[in-house]
Design a binder for this molecule. Structure first.
Ligand code: IPM
Ligand code: MG
Length: 358
């Protein structure tokens, strides 16, 4: 029997609710599969931990996570704590030392979900966004001096390294190559940002030469928003900087029907350290504790995690179960216009898994 050690960090807001639902569904997956088991350890890190201890996680927290095969993460962010503290104190404090440099965000319109785009259904929108996850605009380089004075200055410097750009481009080209259409769009802004973005374009062209079977093109980020909206079927794999992909992935999630269903993986592709999987939706404190959070984002995330752990059959079986459930509008949570609860959707997915004969 294969054992996968999972660190579960529910975090803030609806995070713990959807991670609990996700762990339940993962257990049903393991039971149905019979070939593996999960050893899940829960961590209570996040904003409540911060209120008690003044830090989002204990010192050496990221190092403790190295002992696990994967991290299942809920959300971070609370109304009473500045967002930059919660983010840098937990999510980035894990992603950066564990070198999870590739943030992968698949986007599809699941059965039963309606895109806000007229005439766009499943086949026209099937993308994977690859977000550079270790540097760029999120490098943390910058500073603030003369606080409060008229001469106050603040800078956020976006920092790109050749190593960082090379590895994300290689990852993106390889991923594009593994998908049927072998099509990659490199997002840039090298018309206005004339240093780092020009290097980004040059490295993309260098790496492209290593992948002659991948067709690729380049899009300025502003024009990319129009192409995603007006010609979604012309896109497949997309690679962009940390900030550009952050923005484009919210657009992608909205075009696919709901932020409540979108998953993400923060990957260390070389597997030198564990990767971290999280739904994109965030803490959503307006609906925390109401039992109506959409757990589908956490389930899709769980499927990505199983795939990364080498459990491809179980990952695919879970996605089929999720799709059977999303196809039924009676099982839609309020973010999708329905009245279903987290509990009902979770039970339905577990039931679909138990009944799965494939
Ligand atoms: C995301 C989120 C985060 C980000 C927020 C919570 C800081 O928007 O994962 O896309 O910008 O990275
Ligand atoms: Mg975002």
């Amino acid at each position: 029997m294969r054992t996968h050690r999972i660190a579960a960090i529910g975090g803030d807001g609806i995070g713990p609710e959807v991670i609990d639902a996700g762990v339940e569904v993962l257990r049903a997956c393991a039971e149905r599969d019979g070939g593996f088991e999960l050893a899940v350890e829960q961590f209570d890190w996040g904003s409540e931990y911060y209120r008690q201890h003044g830090v989002m996680m204990p010192e050496g927290g990221a190092d403790r996570l190295r002992a696990f095969d994967a991290i299942f993460f809920g959300a971070v962010g609370a109304p009473d704590i500045p967002d930059h503290l919660t983010l840098w104190g937990l999510r980035l404090a894990i992603c950066q030392p564990l070198d999870q440099y590739a943030n992968v965000r698949p986007t599809r319109i699941l059965p039963g979900i309606t895109s806000p785009l007229r005439n766009v259904s499943g086949p026209e929108l099937d993308w994977v966004i690859v977000r550079e996850n270790s540097e760029g605009e999120y490098a943390g380089v910058g500073g603030r001096v003369h606080r409060g004075l008229p001469e106050e200055v603040a800078t956020d410097v976006s920092m790109f390294t050749r190593v960082g750009v090379l590895r994300i481009m290689r990852y993106a080209f390889r991923l594009a190559q593994s998908r049927p259409r072998k099509l990659l769009t490199v997002v840039t802004k090298s018309n206005a940002q004339r240093h780092a973005m020009v290097m980004w374009d040059e490295i993309a062209a260098e790496v492209a030469a290593e992948f002659p079977d991948v067709s690729w093109d380049k899009m300025l980020v502003d024009a990319m928003t129009m192409r995603m909206t007006l010609r979604p079927q012309t896109l497949d794999t997309i690679v962009a900087t940390n900030l550009h992909a952050d923005i484009l992935s919210d657009l992608a999630a909205a075009l696919a029907g709901s932020l409540g269903i979108a998953p993400t993986g923060n990957l260390n592709p070389e597997r030198n350290s564990p990767s971290m999987f999280e739904p994109i939706h965030g803490s959503a404190f307006d609906i925390t504790g109401k039992g109506i959070a959409n757990p589908v984002g956490a389930f899709w995330t769980a499927s990505m995690m199983l795939d990364h752990l080498g459990e491809r059959d179980a990952a695919e079986r879970l996605m089929r179960a999720v799709e059977r459930v999303t196809a039924d509008p009676k099982l839609h949570t309020p973010d999708l216009g329905g009245t279903a609860t987290t509990r009902q959707v979770t039970d339905a997915v577990c039931e679909a898994l138990r009944g799965a004969n494939d």
